[in-house]
Ligand binder design. Structure first.
Ligand SMILES: [Mg+2]
Length: 126
């Protein structure tokens, strides 16, 4: 019964909204993606912002989209305030900081990702 309900909910969501307008959040990695990274200097050190990615994130926020900072730093709860302070310093709102993927994640921007073609196992490389 529960499964049936879930299936209906997902099917409805898929049919009503193109993926780019679907409700959900965009994951943005921190080190090497939103912030310059050249090695680990401890939890308090976060590199300078990367302008092109900052601009993209600010645009999404202005459009009303939800952005979450998707970082392994969030696996240590004590490290999260450093990330939040860094965001504030850059003039960004208090975005959620997480290392957890869920069904509402639309896309993930990460310097370590290798994108694969859906259902093929083939890497999508330029
Ligand atoms: Mg990274």
């Amino acid at each position: 019964m529960f499964k049936k309900h879930l299936k209906r909910a997902f099917t409805k969501e898929r049919s009503e909204a193109p993926s780019e307008h679907r409700k959900g959040w965009i994951g943005v990695d921190l080190d090497g993606t939103l912030a310059h990274y050249d090695g680990w200097y401890g939890p308090a050190h976060i590199g300078e912002p990367i302008p092109a990615m900052m601009k993209r994130v600010q645009g999404w926020i202005e459009e009303g989209r939800e952005v979450r900072i998707f970082t392994a730093r969030a696996s240590v709860p004590e490290y999260v305030p450093f990330v939040t302070q860094w965001l504030e310093k850059q003039g960004l709102p208090a975005l959620k900081v997480t290392n957890v993927k869920d069904f509402a994640m639309i896309s993930l921007w990460d310097d370590r990702c290798v994108q694969v073609e859906t259902n093929s196992g083939k890497p999508k490389l330029p």
